[in-house]
Design a protein around this ligand. Sequence first.
Ligand SMILES: Cc1ncc(COP(=O)(O)O)c(C=O)c1O
Length: 473
Amino acid sequence: MLYGEKNKEKLRSMAFGYGSKEKGSVIPKYRLNEESIDAEAAKALIENQLLDEGNSRLNMATFCQTYMEKQAVELMAETLDKNAIDKSEYPQTAELENRCVNILAHLWNAPKGSDYLGTSTVGSSEACMLAGMAMKFRWRNQAKALGMDVTGRKPNLIISAAYQICWEKFCVYWDIEMRVVPVSRNSLTLDLDRAATMVDEYTIGIVGILGTTYSGEYDDIKGLDERIEAYNQEHPDRPDLVIHIDGACGGMFTPFTEPELEWDFRLPNVVSISTSGHKYGLTYPGVGWVVWRDRKYLPEELIFEVSYLGGQMPTMAINFSRSASQIVGQYYNFLRFGRQGYSHIHLKTQEIASVIGDRIEHTGLFELYNRGSRMPIICYKLKADATYKDGTPVVWNLYDLSDRLRMHGWQVPAYPLPDGAEEVTVQRIVCRADLTFNLAEAFVTDFRECLEDLKHAHVLCNEEKSGAYGFTH
Ligand SMILES: Cc1ncc(COP(=O)(O)O)c(C=O)c1O
């Protein structure tokens, strides 16, 4: 309940619009209305409620897809009623999911002939949970076989401080010690030397992030793989150390923009990869994917059999029922765009991001962590003693700039960096496929105008509003 008890009854009820036959009557917001209302009236009331909301296309904070083609939307609407888990009722939908898993395994260079397997999920969070559980169970099975005490000490997971919150959830929910490798002002990715000092025989795995949430940078996954290879050779008496790749952002971007970059199953110690289909997979939110390079990395205890085409089909998921429409939307994109289409779309987004990055750098006020040349994300902080070109000193902060941009409809979050660089505030702009050159031009014009406005502004926060706009994607 958002409103206090003493608020007026009218805050708790909704009035019908002009011309409707229910006009004049009110219905409660926080209790179920007694009588049914007309379908059109219900729709109009909800549309009105949603009117006063940001425009998703102008939301530069989210990685999540905000545009799909009309045909995809039609297909998705037609399949909303199908339950993805019901594989015996909807075997053709299950087939589309199966094709998507195969497409991804191929895209991520699963070794020829390997017995890979994977599944769709609600998003990367569920995919990361499943991959994390697989690492934990596999570690435990190996540790038991080696005669280690698996109950007296908590197993641990190693990850850079630039992790997304889903990993913290995973460690809390599944009772894992999270060993966080701090980042620094100058580097927001996994510090391999420090990570190496944290490894022991209770480490279930190390997460490499392909496109961190904070700045969009890539961990050095090839370097990590080399270290792990050496570690495993030096410690044949310990459970194998493995890598999971959190490719929420990069998993469906990098294969198209930097196909030669080795971060995936080409590296022998990468045992699982997760991604969000609803980010650079170009599908509306809620779909994610996780693929294991081989069945042996997904302990059998985690696989449940559901009936499929009169037979049994293995599934692993935290959720049970959910609509199949996102899976259908994902397959539509694969089919429609193909490798060339995805490359074309992502390279264009990258080009637009680079233009925005250059323009922001050109103002002379910001230091850039990411200029959009890899993941199409621009991440920057204000320079120390930032000064306009005419000599006027900057007296505002990035939260003030966020406020100003919001006045133009743009949502651009400002937030503190994670452990190790928490005193630094940055701003992040996420470019998506629906950010056209025209829109980008409009953004840059508004951005510059905001900088001019702030030069003469009377009202500034002048206080770091820690987490004021936060970000969740
Ligand atoms: C690196 C990383 N991992 C995981 C997630 C969680 O993704 P989802 O929103 O698909 O659950 C995100 C979301 O931004 C992310 O950036």
